[in-house]
Design a protein around this ligand. Structure first.
Ligand code: SF4
Ligand code: SF4
Length: 370
């Protein structure tokens, strides 16, 4: 009798790290985000997809069979992590057919949801075929603020009911918070609420223009000084300049590359109309999956992203604060008219963060004489 062989066990974190490290080196796509629909039962005031939650735009979304084809193509090229998002995923009329198909194809499924549509029936179906994780937005923990922000009365009660159902069902979920000017004072209460579910509190602060170019969502931005101190106040520390520089340096991008982040390495984003991009808000280059195969579109897209460079002598090109800065070229395009342009708000945040990290006064990048 042959000796029985056992597969070596690997902790999930180590498995994920190894896969991403190897994939990034060879530009192999392991992660995908797929927007199923822009339908949503809420109308959050900062939401970038909300203008497309309208029948004229919904009519242009991928059909059920197109979505299934895209999912099959993802499985073919070896994508492991699939994030289904919206809009609100549970508002897609064929959500369960899509979910169960993706589940059977073996993806590690991540659902983004507002948490207001969970029922006993939904939870029972998820228990039978559990997702890898469910990410739920949590920007307020009192009824009047929550319902004001979602513009839907009763949404807070539905959200609380949903969380209780998930907790009782022992399904894996994570709460994520966006820090804004209107909820800045409420963040300690939100942190307390999140931690009551045994979860670490995490908060992000970036807001984006809406997909139709409307900039009103940016009016909820937190003051730059508050963004800088948030990490200190709520997360128990601030990154050192050295840490920030090391993190940026690992990417080894040429100084004048437009995309200095990890865009175009191992992650793709597909919007509800089937346009392939590198991440949620990268709209400088997109390829329609109605015109190109997934494999072909990825190849073209990644080449395009790698070839985009600053074309003029703008401050961002040589900015020494770039490792403290959240600027994204498409947001610069929408807010300031060009992907090359500095975004004054992002400059203010970068200066505030850098001054906090280095404990010295710095020259604002837009006030440097050139
Ligand atoms: S729940 Fe999400 S998709 Fe719906 S309006 Fe709010 S932010 Fe937009
Ligand atoms: S801090 Fe300002 S100038 Fe520097 S990279 Fe960011 S947006 Fe550009």
């Amino acid at each position: 009798m042959r000796n029985a062989r056992t597969l070596p066990a690997l902790a999930y974190g180590e498995f994920s790290r190894r896969v991403h490290e190897q994939a990034t080196g060879v530009h192999h796509v392991t992660n995908a985000q797929l927007e199923l629909t822009y339908r949503c039962n809420l109308h959050c005031r900062h939401c970038y997809t909300d203008p497309y939650n309208h029948r004229d735009w919904i009519a242009q979304e991928l059909s059920f069979s197109e979505i299934i084809r895209v999912i099959d193509d993802m499985a073919e090229i070896g994508i492991l992590w699939l994030n289904l998002t919206g809009g609100e995923v549970f508002q897609h009329p064929r959500f369960w057919d899509i979910y169960e198909h993706a589940y059977r194809r073996g993806f590690l499924l991540q659902l983004y949801t507002n948490g207001t549509l969970f029922t006993d029936a939904v939870v029972t179906r998820l228990q039978a075929q559990p997702p890898f994780t469910i990410d739920i937005s949590c920007h307020a923990v009192d009824e009047s603020s929550f319902d004001w922000f979602t513009q839907v009365p009763g949404s807070f009660r539905a959200f609380r009911r949903g969380l209780e159902l998930l907790r009782q069902a022992d399904l894996p979920f994570t709460l994520k918070t966006k820090g804004m000017n209107w909820n800045r004072q409420q963040l300690p209460a939100i942190k307390y609420f999140v931690e009551s579910f045994g979860q670490p509190f995490s908060v992000t602060t970036t807001l984006s223009p809406r997909l139709d170019g409307d900039l009103s969502s940016l009016s909820y931005r937190m003051a730059p000084a508050d963004v800088a101190t948030l990490q200190l106040d709520m997360m128990g520390g601030t990154p050192s300049e050295e840490e920030c520089r090391t993190a940026a340096g690992l990417l080894q991008r040429p100084a004048d590359r437009l995309y200095r982040c990890g865009c175009g390495t191992n992650t793709i984003h597909i919007n509800a109309q089937g346009e392939l991009g590198t991440c949620t808000l990268q709209y400088e280059r997109r390829y329609s999956l109605r015109a190109y195969s997934l494999r072909d579109a990825i190849e073209r897209l990644f080449q395009d992203i790698a070839s985009l460079h600053y074309t003029s002598d703008v401050p961002c090109r040589t900015c020494e604060l770039q490792s403290f800065c959240d600027k994204k070229p498409t947001e610069a395009h929408r807010e300031c008219g060009s992907p090359d342009a500095p975004i004054p708000y992002n400059c203010d945040v970068a200066v505030a963060r850098a001054e906090l990290a280095t404990n010295q006064r710095l020259i604002h990048p837009l006030r440097v004489s050139r």
